[in-house]
Design a protein around this ligand. Structure first.
Ligand SMILES: Nc1nc2c(ncn2[C@@H]2O[C@H](COP(=O)(O)OP(=O)(O)OP(=O)(O)O)[C@@H](O)[C@H]2O)c(=O)[nH]1
Length: 345
């Protein structure tokens, strides 16, 4: 879902950049001849450039090749940059100042690979423009000394490489931050377990996998007994400590592939992939003993849990129905006196 939104944003950003490029080309083609006298082939090259860019724009706009969208946009950028760059005086042109921006932009819109390609192309372009600066400046009719061209070529190359390296570090940090946000979005801040959103995400995946592999899947709903008393007698902060410690004990006791989430205030859910009901009963019994033997918080409090469990029934079953069945079993356990494991019918 989030990736989809990210993709749509990046698609819109690409379109705006290409539109801006077309607009700049149009201005250049219409206004520049009014200000300076240029050879006629400048106009022809500009029009050819405009035709190529516009056709690529249509390809990107209507998503004709969705997989190559970013690459196409880079090609558009290069088709615009290189002729404008060469025609306006190579390394000595004003356009050259914009070149170091491109590796960073490519990193932002595309990624590492795109930024690297742009960096390499621009570096080669600038080196060639420096070597052939005499011919390029001849075309524009401007006069620059070789020394000045070499000097500018050197600084441009350095800035482009720096921009490529910076783009890479920027992207690394950006990816880390995005990942952190994604994790926080599905995490319960108190216990560090998955919250309901995280549970839904993983539960759906596990149900799909159980359907395709025809393997069993079970669920345990856990509720701490008489937890209100802890809050009332020792305060909410001690209640919080108990919740954290119980969450730690449960998550350390389950297997690597099991999924544990905080379902509500003092309720937890464990999803057990590849586990039939009889094995789940044994696991729940182990958890019951672990919790009842442990002392919680600095007050050495004793706590117990009641558990309701159920197994995925391949015919006409879903996450909600499973949770409802486990909840019913849990309340049967509460009625029977708590600190026990109950199975759904
Ligand atoms: N400290 C703390 N308490 C919480 C949190 N979320 C829910 N609770 C408390 O959990 C208690 C749940 O109480 P009840 O639903 O009455 O259940 P219980 O006292 O555990 O009794 P039984 O479930 O019937 O055994 C309430 O006092 C809530 O305030 C939390 O994040 N921190």
């Amino acid at each position: 879902m989030q990736d989809n939104i990210q993709h749509q944003l990046s698609h819109k950003l690409i379109l705006r950049i290409v539109e801006l490029s077309i607009f700049t080309l149009l201005i250049d083609l219409t206004l520049r001849p009014l200000l300076v006298t240029l050879p006629i082939y400048f106009t022809w090259i500009g029009l050819l450039d405009l035709a190529i860019v516009t056709s690529l724009y249509i390809v990107v706009r209507f998503n004709i090749f969705p997989a190559s969208e970013i690459m196409l946009s880079l090609v558009v950028a290069i088709i615009i940059i290189i002729p404008s760059f060469a025609l306006s005086g190579g390394v000595n042109s004003q356009v050259a100042y914009l070149l170091p921006l491109y590796p960073v932009m490519a990193a932002l819109i595309g990624g590492y690979r795109e930024s690297l390609i742009i960096t390499i192309i621009l570096t080669i372009g600038v080196i060639l423009s420096t070597v052939f600066s005499q011919h390029i400046t001849d075309i524009t009719g401007a006069i620059y000394s070789d020394q000045k061209s070499i000097d500018r070529g050197f600084w441009l190359t350095t800035s482009i490489i720096f921009s490529g390296v910076f783009g890479r570090f920027f992207l690394k940090r950006y990816t880390e931050l995005t990942q952190q946000l994604k994790n926080e979005n599905i995490q319960d801040p108190l216990t560090g377990l998955f919250n309901r959103r995280g549970l839904n995400l993983h539960f759906t995946k596990e149900l799909d996998s159980a359907d395709t592999t025809s393997s069993p899947l079970s669920l345990i709903l856990i509720d701490i007994d008489y937890f209100k008393k802890i809050n009332d007698m020792y305060g909410h902060d001690i209640g919080d400590v108990c919740l954290i410690e119980i969450a730690n004990t449960l998550s350390q006791a389950i297997r690597k592939n099991d999924i544990i989430a905080r379902f509500g205030g003092e309720e937890f859910i464990i999803i057990l992939p590849n586990t039939p009901k009889n094995e789940t009963v044994a696991i729940a019994e182990k958890l019951k003993v672990l919790i009842s033997n442990q002392k919680f918080s600095s007050f050495n409090l004793s706590l117990t849990i009641t558990q309701g469990l159920t197994e995925y029934n391949k015919n006409n079953d879903n996450a909600l129905k499973m949770i409802k069945r486990a909840d019913k079993a849990l309340y049967k356990g509460k009625d029977k006196g708590r600190n026990c494991v109950e199975q759904s019918e």
